[in-house]
Structure formats: C-alpha cells, structure tokens
Design a protein around this ligand. Structure first.
Ligand code: G
Ligand code: G
Ligand code: MN
Ligand code: NA
Length: 253
C-alpha cells in the first residue's frame, strides 16, 4: 500500500496528533505560548515525524485536509487551555505554501475561531519567507488573515530568498530567528551578528522576536541580553503531548 493511501487512512482513523513546544518569555521566564508540531501516530510505524509525510502531503494535496485538522485541533486546544488557565495562552501553527495559496484558508480559520469561540489573537500562523514571494497574491491573503485578528509569524527568518520589503508592507507580528543562527551564537561571529541584527530589526519595527533551537543556557543568556522576547528549544523543552504540557508546564496532577 502506498504512503499516500496510508495517510488517507490515517486521516479517517484520526491518527494525527499535535505536540506542543513551549516558548519562554526570556525576561519573565513565563510560558504562555506554544508551537504546535504535527506527528502521525501510526499503529504500524509508531510516531512518524512531519519530515516523513509533509512533503508527500504537499505533492498530493493531502496537506489541505491535514492542515484543516491542525487548524481545528489548535483552536480547540486554545479554547481548553484558556478556560483552564484563566490567562492568555497562544498557539502557533505551521502553514505550508500550498495551504497558504488555497482559497479556503481564510474561511477555514475563521470557522474554527467561531466554532471554538476563541479570541483570534491567540492563534498564530507561521509562514516562511518562500510563501511571501508571489507578492500579487500574497498581499490580499495576508490582509484577510490579519483582518481575522490572528497573529502572523515569519518562520525560519533569514534563511529564505526574499527581500526586506515585505516587512514594510505586510502585516507581520512575529519574527522567528532560525535555529541555524542560534546554534553558532558563541563560536561564529557572523551568526552572533546576524542574530543581534534580526532582534534589533524586530524590536525597532515593533514586532515580537522568537529565537528557535536554543539548546544551551549560554545561548539563552546571550539572547536575553540582546533583548530577544521569547526563546524556544530543547534547553527549555522538546515538543510535548497535551497531557505532558498540562502535567509539567501547568503542574496539573
Ligand atoms: O517537529 P519537527 O521539528 O520535526 O518539524 C519538522 C518540520 O515540519 C518543520 O519545518 C515544521 O514547520 C513542519 N511542521 C510541523 N508541524 C506541521 C504542521 O502542522 N503543518 C505543516 N504544514 N508543517 C508542519
Ligand atoms: O521549521 P520549523 O521551525 O517549524 O521547525 C521546528 C523544528 O525544530 C521542529 O522539528 C522541532 O522539533 C525542532 N526543534 C525544536 N527545538 C529544537 C532544538 O533545540 N534543537 C533542534 N536541533 N531542533 C529543535
Ligand atoms: Mn515553525
Ligand atoms: Na523555524
């Protein structure tokens, strides 16, 4: 049986799950936001990472129903955790180029927000610079998404082929510094300079800046001193299941 058929079955059997990676507010140490990362919990293959099925899902169009499931699931989790915590918990989801170009994306997100009665600003979508290339199509889509009241983040910032122009004209709320820059902060002057510059850029544009792939305390320290807003990475936590988030991050029995 082909992987495509297996993925269709996985959707029917509800075998996808979301893991959540905490994002730490560097100044306060508080955790109020998470990035949702999909996994396929297969009876046959175990926990399958997205690198093994997202590319094929994009080629076959399956990314649309899978992506719609992610949107619904994330909105449901935002509702549940906000009711539970009584404070604002944000969840970011990854949106691939194929999903972004799909006409129904805006209405799908709108419906999910309405279904679960959530504050739209608590949902963040992560798109990469590549998504932004076709500016004629991109501007109206980004505007409709922004009109919904959701937050828009640029993922892997600094690694794609794009100009800084879009930061001027598009409604971007968050820049995520790619982990390749964070990795070299302490042994590569260029990585340190690029990271510092992206943080300053985001700060001066009034955007929130998130550093990805923090694995060491020294990196977190550097980022705090450089005025980075949030940090994400194995140093704080790997992506965790809903239950693990509730037990270890929210301290629920
Ligand atoms: O979780 P991990 O680091 O293995 O993720 C690998 C890649 O898969 C990342 O580029 C991430 O953005 C992508 N990814 C994770 N979850 C989703 C998802 O729900 N939708 C899409 N389109 N991509 C995802
Ligand atoms: O492309 P995107 O940034 O969405 O993908 C994030 C990926 O990075 C996920 O696969 C996630 O599991 C992974 N990740 C998260 N934290 C770390 C980290 O500290 N180090 C490394 N190497 N990968 C990480
Ligand atoms: Mn991401
Ligand atoms: Na990233």
């Amino acid at each position: 049986v082909s992987l495509e058929t297996q993925l269709r079955k996985a959707l029917e059997r509800d075998e996808f799950i979301l893991l959540y990676q905490p994002q730490v507010e560097l100044r306060s140490g508080k955790i109020k936001s998470f990035e949702a990362l999909i996994r396929w919990n297969s009876i046959e293959f175990g926990l399958v990472p997205p690198s093994e099925f997202i590319p094929l899902s994009e080629d076959t169009g399956l990314i649309i129903p899978i992506g719609n499931w992610v949107i619904e699931q994330a909105c449901m989790q935002i509702k549940e955790w906000n009711d539970l915590r009584g404070e604002e918990i944000t969840i970011a989801i990854n949106i691939s180029a194929k999903q972004f170009q799909q006409r129904t994306l805006v209405s799908t997100i709108k419906k999910a927000i309405q279904k679960f009665q959530i504050n739209p600003s608590l949902l963040e979508i992560e798109i990469t610079e590549g998504v932004m290339q076709d500016t004629a199509e991109t501007a109206p889509i980004l505007k409709s998404l922004k009109d919904l009241g959701i937050s828009i983040a640029i993922d892997d910032f600094g690694t794609g082929y794009s100009s800084l122009n879009y930061l001027k004209s598009f409604p971007i709320d968050v820049l995520k510094v790619d982990q390749s820059f964070i990795r070299g902060i302490h042994n590569n002057d260029k990585d340190a300079a690029i990271t510092t510059t992206i943080i300053h850029l985001a700060n001066s544009l009034g955007m929130t800046v998130v550093a990805e792939g923090i694995e060491e305390k020294a990196q977190a320290k550097f980022l705090l001193n450089t005025n980075c807003d949030k940090g994400q990475g194995y140093f704080y936590s790997k992506p965790l299941s809903k239950i693990d988030i509730e037990q270890t991050i929210f301290n629920r029995p």
